[in-house]
Design a protein around this ligand. Structure first.
Ligand SMILES: Cc1cc2nc3c(=O)[nH]c(=O)nc-3n(C[C@H](O)[C@H](O)[C@H](O)COP(=O)(O)OP(=O)(O)OC[C@H]3O[C@@H](n4cnc5c(N)ncnc54)[C@H](O)[C@@H]3O)c2cc1C
Length: 466
């Protein structure tokens, strides 16, 4: 009988668990898969807990993009397809000296039609003239910074009041220092000279292939935690092992195998999937390859705090029917965005009619982790008073601190990743990286790279001498 292939997976977030599931479900030969997770629970940055009488209110991610297949397919494979729900049609706004609806005809903030910014009071008359000349400008080249690119094309206002709030709020990023290549929806437009004309073509093409009312986002009714909990159950059911409180502290090469040193002992394996954040991976990769460790240590990460509040129906102003608002960087004090959760999600409506609001503080360049809980809540309420003109007294508050949770893809991120993988490929074959620090931050991108990483490992294992 042949020996089973032995695989270690570092990190029990969505990426590590998806890698484990794919290996176990698709291997055609016996395989021994162990997930090592440093904390006491799996799920990583995905966490759903009860709040304000509701069973499941997300503390982090509350949805995944369904216009790309990866997360949706995973949910269906896990039997969660029938439980998927989508946000209501409530619209978001931008706060800039008052609340402004986000104009229609934008592609992640990039105007796809002149009227996207011409009719909006969010952009001044001079800003509109500057933006309107975009289709006449010569091609912009060699700019792997979203901010630099978009400012050159449309001027500062379109960037600061549309593109940066929309993209920046997804990645807790300062888009002046964020790689264009890391946001494929915008990067794909740069093959054309004019971003506006390319965005118009992309929207027209999307309209032909997508139903007008097809949902853009989805989430299991039991919250995003249902995804990682069901994944972990499935991995165990297929014979995979998941060890919690099992921090990996070192990986070393011994003959044709690897030794993984963890808080629970040493394990010898044939291949390893590194699905932990880059700054953590830097330390345990050091015994294997100093250059890889140095490169990983250079990755920057931003921290955010998400404050969830329940505000009584009597306090909530009837006119606030939208899904929430974003605050452009030049207007930010502490709050970067607020989501009116009970307007956005039909299943986030407590029986007493309260409004569930999720307020985000902190981003790349705006640290809030040093602030005490009370101070954070007071700053959030003071900002909401400025933005919404009302003093709120929430009757329930939950604070979720997400330290170093958002990897920052600096310009030329993918060149650094290529160098990292190249530095390991000769001396350490059979090691793959998958997860938010590497090839995309959103849940679908994490699932996609985990599937591909698992396929590469299966290929590697088939060629190992038995
Ligand atoms: C507040 C917030 C809101 C978000 N909203 C959305 C959203 O709405 N939609 C969306 O698509 N995405 C969203 N994201 C992004 C998305 O949730 C994450 O990028 C994704 O969940 C990351 O998954 P991962 O498995 O790659 O990493 P993680 O979830 O970070 O998992 C990595 C795991 O590795 C473990 N680990 C670290 N070091 C070690 C070690 N040495 N040994 C063993 N284990 C280790 C960690 O404990 C962790 O559990 C959001 C993120 C945050 C923080």
């Amino acid at each position: 009988m042949t020996q089973p292939g032995r695989v270690a997976i570092v990190g029990g977030g969505i990426s590590g668990l998806t890698t484990a599931l794919t290996l176990l479900a698709e291997s055609t030969t016996p395989i021994d898969v162990t997930v090592f997770e440093s904390s006491s629970t799996t799920g990583g940055l995905i966490r759903t807990t009860p709040f304000a009488g509701l069973d499941a209110v997300d503390e982090g991610a509350d949805a995944f993009l369904v216009r790309v297949p990866w997360a949706h397919q995973l949910a269906s494979e896990l039997g969660l397809g029938a439980t998927l729900t989508s946000p209501t049609s409530a619209h978001a706004a931008v706060w800039h000296n008052g609340m402004h609806s986000i104009p229609q005809d934008l592609l992640l903030g990039v105007p796809a039609k002149m009227r996207a910014f011409v009719a909006s009071p969010l952009i001044s008359p001079l800003g509109k003239i500057r933006a309107a000349i975009e289709p006449l400008l010569p091609r912009t080249t060699d700019e792997d910074s979203i901010g630099k690119y978009v400012r050159r094309r449309f001027g500062n206002q379109v960037h600061e009041r549309l593109v940066d709030p929309l993209v920046g709020s997804i990645y807790a990023a300062d888009t002046d220092r964020f790689s264009m290549a890391a946001v494929p929806q915008i990067a794909s437009l740069t093959a054309s000279r004019s971003l506006l004309l390319a965005a118009a073509r992309a929207r027209a093409a999307a309209k032909k292939t997508t139903q007008p009312d097809a949902p853009i986002f989805g989430s299991p009714l039991r919250g995003m935690g249902a995804l990682t909990e069901t994944l972990a159950q499935r991995v165990r059911a297929l014979g995979g092992k998941i060890l919690t409180d099992a921090q990996v502290s070192a990986i070393s090469r011994q003959q044709d195998a690897y030794v993984v040193t963890t808080a629970q002992g040493e394990y010898t394996v044939d291949a390893i999937a590194i699905c932990s954040p880059a700054q953590h991976s830097a330390s345990f990769v050091a015994p294997l390859n100093a250059r890889a460790s140095q490169l990983l240590a250079q990755w920057d990460h931003a921290s955010v705090v998400l404050i969830t509040m329940a505000i009584s129906a009597q306090q909530w102003p009837a006119h606030l029917t939208g899904s929430g608002y974003l605050v452009p960087k030049p207007d930010q004090r502490w709050v970067t965005a607020a989501s009116f959760g009970s307007n956005k999600w039909a299943h986030w409506r407590p029986n007493d009619g309260s409004m569930i609001v999720r307020v985000s503080l902190g981003r790349d360049g705006l640290d809030v982790m040093h602030l005490e809980d009370d101070a954070l809540v007071n700053l959030a309420l003071a900002d909401m008073k400025l933005h919404l003109g009302k003093d709120f007294t929430p009757h329930e508050v939950r604070i979720s601190r997400w330290r170093d949770s958002f990897p920052q893809y600096r310009p030329h991120h993918f060149a650094r990743l290529a160098e990292l993988e190249h530095s390991l490929s000769a001396s350490a074959p059979g090691i793959v990286f998958a997860g938010a620090s590497y090839r995309g931050i959103g849940v679908p991108a994490c699932v996609e790279q985990s599937r591909k990483g698992a396929h590469a490992m299966l290929e590697y294992l088939t060629h190992l001498p038995k």
